[in-house]
Design a protein around this ligand. Sequence first.
Ligand SMILES: [Zn+2]
Length: 131
Amino acid sequence: MKYFTLKELSHSDTALARGIDNYPTAEAISNLTELVNNVLDPLREKYGKPIRISSGYRCPSLNRSVNGATSSQHRLGQAADITVGSKEGNRALFEIIRRELPFDQLIDERDFSWVHVSYKKSGNRKQTLKL
Ligand SMILES: [Zn+2]
């Protein structure tokens, strides 16, 4: 964990507004750490500029509040939604991950409005999707 903190990976305006305690479980912290060490930190090094986490860990109650899928990997701390604030930049992030990094699922969300990426300790599917 060099460029990202647990705090930003579990921050949620929705959780704050609704009084939801979104502090990650021990298992989620372990998964978030793997996600950062294997994907997000290397991505940040390769991209060379700051990357913002728009959504990382979501406890079950927060996940329900944002209408997340019940199977969402955000619930396990295995996924993050990332953006650099432009579609061109987000497309660049997507391509770096696809070509050079390990991942489970990599999703182009709404024409690169943001990128969803997940990572598991084992059994990564290397699946790319467009939603
Ligand atoms: Zn996501």
